[in-house]
Design a protein around this ligand. Structure first.
Ligand code: NDP
Ligand code: KPL
Length: 334
């Protein structure tokens, strides 16, 4: 059987990291990204760094780069790694260019990207995937994995084989909806981290910030319960118990949740990176999703709703919140 060919639509942090590993392992990978981003890769090549394994380099001459959707032609797998608000446009772009039989895999946060892609791409298999770890562009041409975990995807043997051959740990799951709801609970911290302005390890080390996340997760869990959604357990703690653990005093939290704090000192949420670069954030499909789900079941999610407002304010004019300030603000939200 011939080797699978890949394309990545949205070559930013996650796209370059996943596509880069596949390319470094010898797979044919075309990275499709914005012209300025592709110019950087053309000049500097791509470095994949991580605190847990040695860096990997792909020299400029070994990269296949494209700036338009025609770059996906001929790929057996197209990994979609644009931000959620770009999925619909990306799906339309893909429609005219996918090879017959090409499989599309969404490695994005949020609940509805795979469905959006399926609706626009009839006749193609679209798989939902999940990236548990943090990847940031630490410098031009370098993407850095700052936290640990295993990728997850709806089952596909050739995809899983290729990822594993490239050193990307991946677990096939038949319960991706539950996985994505669990990931959304984690992603409720993206906004808290972005507004804190400090690295994840320092932010999660402070009880007041963790209490902000716990407020958001409690509202989310209540909405999930009302909707009959049972999020998967992705870590050592059951989702229903996590808000309690988050609320523990710092010294106890450090002991019982040591793994949560085993985070690269510089890692920050992707939403922090969006604010930093003056880009729109994914807040409407993270906290916003909880607000809508709660409303659909006659509930309210005031802490999540307030965070939607605060992040939109921060998109317009950045502000750094201390833990106690943010917690007081969310507690006061009605
Ligand atoms: N970074 C992380 O740590 C993690 C991110 N995720 C999720 O993964 C997804 C991707 O995130 P991330 O990699 O951080 O995002 P990035 O913004 O780093 O990468 C997306 C890139 O795609 C580009 N893009 C958008 N539309 C198109 C298009 N039609 N054609 C070509 N390029 C396009 C964007 O350009 P422009 O900015 O100019 O629009 C951007 O450069 C998100 O859903 C995120 O929530 C999940 C886990 C961890
Ligand atoms: C990995 C995690 C949860 C936090 O960095 C994330 O998904 C993100 O930053 O978007």
């Amino acid at each position: 059987m011939s080797q699978s060919r890949f394309a990545v639509l949205g070559a930013g942090s996650i796209g370059c990291y996943l596509g880069g590993h596949l390319a470094a392992a010898g797979y044919e990978v075309t990275l499709v990204g914005r012209p300025a981003a592709m110019d950087v890769l053309r000049e500097k090549g791509l470095t994949l760094s991580s605190s847990v394994r040695p860096p990997r380099r792909i020299e400029p001459g070994d990269l296949r780069l494209a700036t338009g959707p025609e770059g996906v032609a001929g790929a057996d797998y197209v990994l979609v790694t644009v931000k959620t608000h770009d999925t619909e446009a990306a799906a339309k772009d893909l429609a005219g260019h996918l090879a017959p039989g090409a499989v599309v895999v969404s490695f994005q946060n949020g609940l509805h990207n795979a469905a959006t892609l399926r609706a626009a791409l009839p006749g193609h298999t679209v798989l939902a995937g999940m990236v548990p770890y943090n990847v940031l562009q630490s410098e031009p041409g370098t993407v850095h994995q700052g936290t640990a975990g295993k990728l997850m995807t709806e089952p596909d043997e050739a995809l899983v084989t290729a990822f594993r051959a490239a050193g990307l740990a991946i677990v096939p799951r038949t319960d991706m909806a539950e996985v994505q709801h669990a990931k959304l609970l984690m992603n409720l911290n993206n906004a808290v981290n972005a507004l804190s302005g400090i690295p994840l390890r320092d932010q999660l080390g402070q009880r007041a910030y963790r209490r902000c996340l716990a407020l958001c997760q409690r509202e989310a869990l209540a909405a999930y319960r009302a909707a009959g959604i049972r999020p998967a357990q992705l870590g050592p703690t059951r989702p229903g118990v996590t808000p309690y653990v988050l609320g523990l005093p710092d010294a106890i939290f450090r002991r019982v949740a040591a793994a949560t704090l085993r985070v690269d000192a510089h890692a920050r949420s992707s939403m922090w990176e969006d604010l930093q670069r003056g880009r729109a954030t994914e807040i409407d499909t993270l906290q916003g999703e909880i607000v809508s789900l709660a409303a659909a079941h006659g509930l309210r999610a005031p802490a999540n709703a307030r965070l939607v407002e605060l992040v939109h304010e921060a998109e317009r004019s950045p502000r750094q919140w201390t833990g106690p300030e943010l917690y007081a603000e969310l507690k006061a939200a009605r």
